[in-house]
Structures are given as structure tokens and as C-alpha cells.
Design a protein around this ligand. Structure first.
Ligand code: ZN
Length: 223
């Protein structure tokens, strides 16, 4: 069976990618990064999601951004997570070059296990502030990983798939609901507590997406 590496954060988008890759006939090989985000809820939920999909292998790779590289409210404890809603500027929750680093490591794993695809749940629509969520970046990174790997240079090219790139959150959720994606196991809140805050950018986007899709978000929010 053909294999795909899925960059699985435990969030709504990457979990939708698990459902899409499964539907497209791939054996799923999720890779989760513990990069020093403030909380480890994402990693715990990613493990539950991997179990739900009954994967053969789920790897968790440690990279420490926290207070070393920092540069983001998610990886620097001196920066606050904003609750002002979505603006036009690149938000402080942007983690410097995160998707480039994740895709580089995912391509190394893909080469070793002989996977032909890497799925990443980026969207250029609802997260347009993040430079590493744009189609130009994904295309360029795809060329780069094929130049950098033995697989790429011997003809076994690796394809980066970003099926959500031009989807709104509403469309992503509609796709996921059709594929029975376990949204009750996903986490989006930047604060990573038992109940989502409902106020950070990530919570707001998620809630808006479910509302527009005419569905109820199955996770718990603070009253
Ligand atoms: Zn939140």
C-alpha cells in the first residue's frame, strides 16, 4: 500500500488531512513535533488521533524552540497570546520558519520509510498572515526536498500535498465531517487548557468555521 507522512499537530486542519489521505488510499504515517510549544496538549491529542486511525507507527520528534529560538508567543514565555481577533499583520503566534523545519524533517522520514507523499494542513485563506502557509512556499519546498533527498534524485519523488491550501475553515470542516474526522479529539486553543478559551485567534477561527458549516463544535469551551 502506498504510504503518506502526515504532519499531525493534533489540530483541526492536520486531523482533516488524516481523513483526506486515508480517503485517497494512503497508509498513514503521522509525524508530530514537540517543538516547545507552551503546552503539550497538542501532542497528547495527536496520539489519540493516531490511535483513532489505527496507524502502524506514529513518531513524535522533539525540537526545542521554547525560550531558545523563541520569537513567537507560542514559544517564548515572555510574549502574550493575543485575544484581539484576527488582523492583517503577521500575528505574534507565527512561529519562525516552522513549516519549513517541519517539512524538512517530514521529508527525511518520508525518504526512510519510502513514502511518496507528505500531507500538511496549511491554508492560505484563513491564516493568510503566515508566510509559510502560502502556495508559493509549498511549491518551492517541494522542489527543494526533491533536490535534497536520495529519493528525489533517483526518481522516487516525494509530493507535498496541501489539500486545504485554498479552503476556508468552513470548507475544511465540511470536508472533515463528510470523512468522519474525529474533531472531538482535536485541539486548537493556543492556551492548551482542558477547556478551550474561546477568545484567542485560533479559537475564534475554529468557532466561526463550525458556525458557518452549520455544525456544532464537539470540544468543550470555558463558559
Ligand atoms: Zn483559545
Amino acid at each position: 500500500m502506498k504510504k503518506a507522512v502526515i504532519v499531525l499537530s493534533g489540530g483541526l486542519d492536520s486531523t482533516t488531512c488524516m481523513g483526506i489521505a486515508q480517503e485517497e488510499g494512503y497508509d498513514l504515517y503521522p509525524i508530530t513535533f514537540h517543538y516547545g510549544q507552551r503546552h503539550n496538549r497538542e501532542v497528547i491529542q495527536a496520539q489519540k488521533i493516531a490511535q483513532y486511525y489505527n496507524v502502524k507507527d506514529h513518531i513524535i520528534v522533539n525540537i526545542n524552540f521554547l525560550n531558545q529560538i523563541g520569537g513567537s508567543a507560542l514559544t517564548d514565555e515572555t510574549l502574550e497570546v493575543p485575544t484581539e481577533g484576527v488582523s492583517d499583520e503577521i500575528p505574534v503566534t507565527y512561529v519562525p520558519a516552522r513549516n519549513m523545519i517541519f517539512l524538512a524533517l517530514a521529508s527525511a522520514y518520508a525518504e526512510v520509510i519510502g513514502a511518496e507523499a507528505i500531507y500538511i494542513g496549511v491554508s492560505a485563506v484563513d491564516y493568510s498572515g503566515y508566510p509559510d502557509c502560502r502556495p508559493e512556499f509549498i511549491q518551492s519546498m517541494n522542489e527543494t526536498i526533491n533536490l535534497a533527498t536520495k529519493a528525489g534524485t533517483t526518481g522516487e519523488k516525494i509530493a507535498i500535498k496541501a489539500p486545504l491550501i485554498s479552503m476556508t475553515k468552513k470548507e475544511t470542516i465540511e470536508t472533515g465531517l463528510r470523512l468522519n474526522v474525529p474533531y472531538e479529539l482535536t485541539t486548537s486553543c493556543y492556551n492548551g487548557e482542558e477547556e478551550a478559551c474561546g477568545k484567542c485567534d485560533s479559537c475564534l477561527l475554529r468557532l466561526k468555521g463550525f458556525q458557518e458549516a452549520g455544525a456544532k463544535d464537539p470540544i468543550a469551551y470555558k463558559k
